[in-house]
Design a binder for this molecule. Sequence first.
Ligand code: NI
Length: 258
Amino acid sequence: MVIDSHAHLQSVDFDADRAEVLERSREAGVIAIINVGYDLPSSEAALELAQSYQHIYATAGIQPHYAAETTQQDLERLRTLLAQPKVVALGEIGLDYYHDRSPRPLQQELFRIQLRLAHELQLPVVIHSREAQEDTVRILREEAQGLRGVMHAFSGDWAYAEQCLDIGFFISLAGPVTFPKALELHEVARRVPLDRLLIETDCPYLSPHPFRGRRNEPTRVTLVARRIAELRGIAEEHVAQATTANTRALFDLSGLSV
Ligand code: NI
């Protein structure tokens, strides 16, 4: 039994066969899925799916890409969404200096605003950070004291992972940990304390080996668990149990009946 702690099932990539994808994931032992929003429409769509399926939960948040166009009205809509039952976290939010689709000062401002909102609403946060390690850590140190959170689809070395752990956040590993040449991620997978580790697909993106480049789906979170277990030299079951317990604790999935 595993939980996919980060998926985007509302994506158009699943429009043709969403029900079958979900059926496959249930058969593979995926007992819950956190379906993540990245702007207002995708957050609303995530909530709609969560309302249709008992084992799906939603998050709502605005990614840094949209920092330049986000208005006060959008933030009010976000606040309304975050108050809905089954919305379990604020995210994904953060900094993206790889795509740089909004000016960096505006990305940082939107990141801070949403972290403060998470404090106010007492919600955990899902962090997206690409090529922005230094600023991400700095802003989290300044704004995230006492917040629960996860570094989603963690990419970086052990030194960066240690900084994130030091802030008190979880580390979530996705498909790239299965890539043969991802040596930095392999080290992170070996060293992260088991009680601070989450697993995810980030589907439809980041398909694990040997499906790299193809559409990803929640079923394949089991491949992430298996690779981490191999790297640590422990049973896959052990990784599954720990990450399931961690995900339930982080997002307070008390309504989950399994
Ligand atoms: Ni994502």
